[in-house]
Design a protein around this ligand. Structure first.
Ligand code: G4P
Length: 534
């Protein structure tokens, strides 16, 4: 039997980030295929009807056929135990998406080779950069006409301010895509046919120096070009500095085609080799080593009402150190209570299973009778550590939410406040007080949908919602005069958070700058900085 140290040492926990449609789901499917977790590709993002059977997540999810929470998939590959944290896209985007990144040790950024960096990639990258976690880039869809690879790298470097190191290099793109060149092995992996869905790759390997074979394989012109580009890359002289990779300053870049299963297995192999086992975490008692035998974990996400019949919630914990055992009692630090965690479960591919044990790096979901908050610590009773707060993220969309039925005023307030406290939405009140109409702030549509669903099913309240054209929010740190007398662009909204702090909500970044310029002495602050205010 493997020791605890071996178990932790073989864990790799990462999130895949991308803009919708870049190929995140397809790449995940291929990973699972290699791990033998699924038999055929195409089952990760099933239709609503397929998903029904395997999950009992909240009703909303079934209705829309989406994954409301970012799910966690665990599978084995080549001796490694891999945890993939999914970060949903499209309208599923929410604060949860950001919080999921708090539980990952590494991020894989999938980019569409024809499109380059897209808005969602940008947002998610920022959160990864804030944490300084390693970022690996997979440039996908090389079987389609793509942008020049040098251009793509240039864009990554300029926009994200990181270095890039191409580990492999594409040979052409679109119909002339011939395969990839592995820089370390100095060999070409060319494909003779497409491999969609197949488990093993039928690539042909060829050394770059074997010009006769290379010409035969990819054609003379492509071979000439490749040799030239390989020289250029080597001449650029950048080293694969692993220290920089591990601090997120240098991103190893891979090219491939997830759909055709091309370049995926080499990517996975390099990725596992280059990434580290679970990283240490900072706590109020210093850095906690993941190999410390004592169990500790923090709550990074709470999912409410996954089962409509029981008003339950599931708290997702990222294990930071040691080994979790089902029969043991642990300390919930914030509540000061010692108890067993109830119904611990893990996602194995699509199945949720009750688990007996888990290790640092793993994610477990436990039944939460309403005692946990995001950021809470659970640990071995003697350990007494507290992990840092999980940051709140700046809302980018705002709406007036107004009660319809005056008789239900109490339920309306209770629901809005509770859901805000769980961190599912931000709530602001208008300065004239009153709770009939509040401003709700979110990062994505899904949060509005969850709010509506929960208000109706849990609190029995319907409300009116009016989306606002506002996009930016700032604290008022200090103001030279009453806020109502400030010179502000038309439409700027003054609100307060639940602790009576003043905030301004603007319709554009321009309006933010204008406010600072026109009002001497007005000091505005970025929203998430004054943490813990709600
Ligand atoms: P996402 O999770 O990032 O949103 O992307 P997803 O994997 O769902 O892929 C989006 C679309 O791009 C899918 O096509 C998928 O088949 C396609 N795709 C993914 N990887 C590649 C690739 O390497 N090459 C090419 N040519 N296409 C790729 P779709 O038509 O939207 O969906 P489907 O009908 O194929 O499921």
């Amino acid at each position: 039997m493997a020791t605890m140290k071996e178990e932790i040492g073989r864990r790799r926990t990462f999130a895949i980030i991308s803009h919708p449609d870049a190929g995140k789901t397809t790449l995940t499917e291929k990973f699972l295929l290699y791990g033998g977790a699924i038999q055929t590709a195409g089952t990760v993002k099933g239709k609503a009807s397929d998903r029904h059977a395997v999950s009992d997540w909240m009703e909303l999810e079934k209705q829309r056929g989406i994954s409301v929470t970012s799910s966690v998939l665990q599978f084995e590959y080549d001796g490694y135990c891999i945890n993939i944290l999914d970060t949903p896209g499209h309208q599923d985007f929410s604060e949860d998406t950001y919080r999921t990144l708090m539980a990952a040790d590494t991020a894989v950024m999938v980019i569409d080779g024809a499109k380059g960096i897209e808005p969602q990639t940008r947002k998610l990258f920022k959160v990864c950069a804030m944490r300084g976690i390693p970022i690996f880039t997979f440039i996908n869809k090389m079987d389609r006409d793509s942008r020049d690879p040098f251009d793509l790298l240039d864009e990554l470097e300029k926009e994200f301010g990181i270095g890039t190191y191409p580990v492999n290099w594409p040979i052409g793109s679109g119909i002339s895509f011939k395969g990839v060149y592995d820089r370390e092995k100095r060999s070409v992996l060319a494909f003779d046919e497409f491999h969609a869905g197949r488990k093993k790759l039928h690539g042909i390997e060829c050394d770059l120096s074997d010009r006769t074979k290379l010409d035969e394989l990819i054609g003379r012109q492509a071979a000439d070009e490749l040799c030239e580009q390989a020289e250029l890359l080597d001449g650029a002289g950048f080293d694969l500095d692993m220290d920089k990779v591990h601090t997120g300053k240098l991103s190893p870049v891979f090219f491939g085609s997830a759909l055709n299963n091309f370049g995926v297995e080499p990517f996975l192999a390099y990725f596992l080799e280059m990434t580290t086992p679970p990283l240490p975490h900072e706590s109020d008692a210093g850095t906690v080593d993941p190999f410390d035998e004592r169990f500790s974990a923090f709550v990074f996400k709470i999912q409410a009402n996954m089962n409509k019949m029981h008003r339950d919630r599931i708290a997702f914990l990222r294990i930071c150190s040691g080994k979790y055992e089902r029969q043991k009692e642990y300390l919930h630090v914030q509540a000061g209570k010692i108890a067993k965690l109830s119904q611990p479960q893990q996602m194995m591919a699509q199945e949720r299973e009750v688990i007996e044990e888990a290790y640092a790096g793993d994610i477990i979901g436990v039944f939460d009778p309403g005692v946990f908050s995001i950021g809470d610590t659970v640990c071995e009773p003697g350990m007494k550590v507290k992990y840092g707060d999980i940051p709140t993220f700046t809302p980018e969309r705002f709406a007036y939410v107004e009660q319809i039925d005056a008789m239900k005023r109490k339920q309306f307030m209770k629901g809005i406040l509770q859901i805000a406290q769980e961190g599912a939405i931000r709530v602001f009140v208008l300065p004239d007080g009153g709770f009939e109409r509040v401003v709700v702030g979110v990062v994505g549509q899904l949060q509005y949908d969850v709010l509506q669903f929960r208000m109706e099913t849990e609190y029995g309240v319907k409300y009116r919602k009016q989306e606002l054209p506002h996009t930016a929010i700032r604290w008022v740190r200090s103001s030279p005069k009453p806020i109502s007398e400030l010179r502000l662009a038309d439409g700027t909204l003054h609100v307060k958070d639940l602790k009576e702090h003043d905030l301004l909500v603007f319709q554009s970044e321009w309006a933010v700058r204008w406010a600072s310029e026109k009002n001497e002495g007005l000091q505005l602050g970025e929203y998430p900085e004054m943490n813990g205010s709600q």
